[in-house]
Design a protein around this ligand. Structure first.
Ligand code: F0G
Length: 384
């Protein structure tokens, strides 16, 4: 199998003359990632996701602000995890790994399973039983992972994975693996490139807190002007990092471990985040904030974004949009936007595709009753 992988690498080498876009984050940002000429690159063409200017969202926020949505749901497995997974799996293969392992609320397992399949190695995923969104579980099955559901939550699953990883039989590809964080920071690079500078505010959902850590690492690197596209204008601006946890799963906000985290946003149903300290540092150093949003606010934001901007995201991702509304509307917001400078530039990262977690919207589909197949009946049913 390893022979095939180096063969793949050889083919990539032949393709080096092809422009880097669409070839994955390692091809694009090689110099900023922990790879070398011996690293076999396992990629599915991740990254390079759209940074969408959102007119209605900008109008909703007012004050002449520009709001952009970084749509990470269009990565190869439908979430931002792919950016880190290409690096983590490539490095694992370089070190001779035969089997990957991860704990997951769904997206990490989908991504790990896909990149393992791509590399031709096995993948074990440990999941909280009965708590994984349908689309994500389906992906893990489709990519052929060995799936173990436990009678416990994500935090239990990660504890088990850490122990199994220590025994040396598995390569852990959770975000406790620094290669994951390294790959995920490329989203911050792309935002800087897309806007031409760092935004004023970067809003993100927070679960295990790896992504907010990765973005801040990326921003930090951009500030040191090591990102080539940024060198030209010499800016050293960084955004305030604002993270949002679900109200029932908000350990960082409450500054205490949550034993039984609960939220409809299953991707961020985490009570003891692995990158807690790093997230706190990112928030403090960037003069940002951590805040909470309720499940009702999350669902309302998911619906709003789909209906008014045409961007369908999973509930955890909608936490960033719900958070944006809270910053603008609520007196109780940890970071109020009421006094931010006019024409601020705000980026909300939406982390996963809406089709992954269809259960809530599926309930609305039950209202759909067939009518007779005639123009009159259809016209009556359209009722516009
Ligand atoms: N959004 C989505 C869609 C996620 O899947 C996750 C995390 C997050 C946000 C939070 O990111 O953990 O870096 O703070 N999902 C992990 C998983 C835990 O197992 O798929 P984070």
């Amino acid at each position: 199998m390893l022979a095939e992988i180096s063969n793949l690498d050889y083919k990539f080498a032949l393709m080096r003359s092809i422009p880097e876009q669409g070839r994955g984050v390692i091809a694009r940002y090689r110099d900023f990632l922990p790879v070398n000429d011996k690293t076999p690159i396992v990629s599915l063409g991740e990254g390079d996701t759209p940074l969408i200017y959102c007119l209605r969202l900008s109008e909703r926020i007012g004050r002449g602000c520009d709001v952009f949505v970084k749509n990470e749901g269009v990565n190869p497995t439908g979430s931002f995890k792919d950016r880190g997974m290409t690096v983590a799996v490539s490095k694992a293969i370089e070190r001779g790994a035969r089997t990957l392992i991860c704990a997951s609320t769904g997206n990490t397992s989908a991504s790990a399973a896909a990149y393992a399949a791509r590399a031709g190695i096995s993948c074990v995923v440990i999941l909280p039983g009965g708590k994984i969104a349908t689309g994500k579980l389906l992906q893990a099955f489709a990519y052929g992972a060995k799936i173990v559901a436990i009678d416990g939550n994500f935090d239990d699953a990660l504890r088990i994975v850490r122990e199994l990883g220590e025994r040396g039989d598995f390569a852990i590809v959770n975000s406790i693996n620094p290669d994951r964080i390294a790959g995920q920071k490329t989203a911050a690079f792309e935002i800087v490139v897309g806007i031409g500078d760092a935004p004023d505010f970067q809003l993100l959902p927070v679960g295990n807190a790896g992504n907010i850590t990765a973005y801040w690492n990326g921003e930090y690197q951009a500030r040191q002007r090591t990102v080539p596209e940024r060198k030209s204008n010499g800016s050293t601006k960084v955004p305030a990092m604002i993270g949002f946890q679900a109200a029932g799963a908000a350990p960082i906000f409450h500054n205490q471990i949550i034993q039984k985290p609960e939220t409809i946003a299953s991707a961020i149903r985490i009570g003891n985040p692995a990158s807690w300290k790093q997230a706190r540092a990112a928030i403090a150093e960037s003069h940002g904030a951590i805040d909470i949003v309720s499940d009702e606010e999350i669902i309302a934001a998911q619906t709003w974004l789909a209906r008014y901007e045409g961007i369908f995201v999973e509930p955890a991702s909608a936490a960033a949009i719900a958070g944006l509304f809270k910053c603008c509307d609520s007196n109780g917001a940890a970071y109020s936007f009421k006094k931010i400078p006019e024409q601020s530039r705000i980026v909300c990262t939406v982390t996963g595709h809406g089709l992954k977690d269809p259960d809530i919207i599926m309930q609305r589909m039950r209202e759909l009753k067939p009518v007779p197949a005639s123009v009159n009946d259809v016209q009556r049913a359209i009722d516009l």
